[in-house]
Ligand binder design. Structure first.
Ligand code: ZN
Ligand code: FE
Length: 258
C-alpha cells in the first residue's frame, strides 16, 4: 500500500492509503473533502473507507461530503465516539482487526485504543507495512493536548505506541515538529540525537517538506514525553515517578511559546 500525505488547513495532514492492485483507497482523518476527491480522481481509485481517529472537526470535517461522493464507503471510529463522528458505521475497540472485506488486498489494520487527547481516541496500525496512524496522540517530538483524558491515560497510550517496532512509520495528523523540538531542547538539553533532529527538521521545513512520517525509534530517542523514565529528564523536572514527570512536562508544554 502507498501512503499519500495531503497537507490541508493550517497544519493538518490527511493520509490517503492507496492499493494500486485493487484500485481502492482509504482515507485517514479527512479534515476536508476536496483535496481527497482530487487525489482519488488522479489515482483512478475508489474510496472504500474513512478511518477517523477521534471526533475533532479537523479530523472528521470531510466525512459527509466524501460519503455523498462515495456512497458505498464505510466510516470507522472508536466505539466511545458514538454520536460524535458524522455517519459513523463501525464502532471499534482495542484489538479489533479490520480487513476491509478483502477490498484493500491483504492489508489489514489493528485498532489501538489510546485515550488522552480525547477519551475515545484510537489509532490504526498496519503491521504488515509498518504504518501507524495515531491522530493527535503522538506527534513528532511531542504529544497531543489533554482535552478529555488524564495524564495517566495519555502516558499509558504513548507507552503502548512506544512498544511498536522501532521502524514503525508514525503518521501524525499535524505538522508541529519544529515547535515541539524547540520545547524539547529546553528540557533534554544534552541529547545529541535531539540536537541532530532539530538540524535536520529545520532543513526539511526550509525545503517546504513535511517532517512526517517519523518513526518509533526516533521518537524514543528524542521525544521527551516518551522519556519520562530517563534520569536526565527526571532531574530536570524534579520528579521521578513517570506519571508525575509526564504531568509536569505536559503542563510546561501547554504554557510554552516557541
Ligand atoms: Zn484533535
Ligand atoms: Fe487535530
Amino acid at each position: 500500500m502507498e501512503v499519500h500525505l495531503l497537507p490541508v488547513l493550517k497544519d493538518n495532514y490527511i493520509f490517503l492509503l492507496h492499493n494500486p492492485e485493487t484500485h481502492t483507497a482509504i482515507v485517514v482523518d479527512p479534515a476536508i473533502a476536496a483535496p481527497v476527491i482530487t487525489k482519488i480522481t488522479e489515482l483512478g481509485a475508489t474510496l472504500i473507507a474513512i478511518l477517523n481517529t477521534h471526533h475533532h472537526s479537523d479530523h472528521i470535517g470531510g466525512n459527509t461530503e466524501l460519503l455523498n461522493v462515495f456512497p458505498d464507503l464505510k466510516i470507522y471510529g472508536g466505539k466511545l465516539d458514538r454520536g460524535r463522528i458524522p455517519h459513523q458505521q463501525v464502532f471499534l475497540k482495542d484489538g479489533d482487526r479490520l480487513d476491509f472485506d478483502g477490498q484493500f488486498g491483504h492489508n489489514s489494520a489493528q485498532v489501538l485504543f489510546i485515550p488522552g487527547h480525547t477519551h475515545a481516541h484510537i489509532a490504526y496500525y498496519f503491521a504488515e507495512s509498518n504504518n501507524l496512524f495515531c491522530g493527535d496522540t503522538l506527534f513528532g517530538c511531542g504529544c497531543g493536548r489533554l482535552f478529555e483524558g488524564t495524564p495517566a491515560q495519555m502516558l499509558s497510550s504513548l507507552q503502548k505506541l512506544a512498544h511498536l517496532p522501532d521502524q514503525t512509520l508514525v503518521w501524525c495528523a499535524h505538522e508541529y515538529t519544529i515547535d515541539n523540538l524547540k520545547f524539547a531542547l529546553t528540557i533534554d538539553i544534552e541529547n545529541l540525537a535531539l540536537q541532530a533532529r532539530m538540524r535536520s527538521a529545520t532543513q526539511t521545513r526550509a525545503n517546504h517538506q513535511p517532517t512526517i512520517p517519523t518513526n518509533i525509534g526516533l521518537e524514543k530517542q528524542t521525544n521527551p514525553f516518551l522519556r519520562c523514565d530517563r534520569p536526565e529528564i527526571q532531574t530536570k523536572i524534579g520528579f521521578t515517578e513517570p506519571v508525575r514527570v509526564f504531568t509536569k512536562l505536559r503542563g510546561m508544554k501547554d504554557l510554552y511559546r516557541a
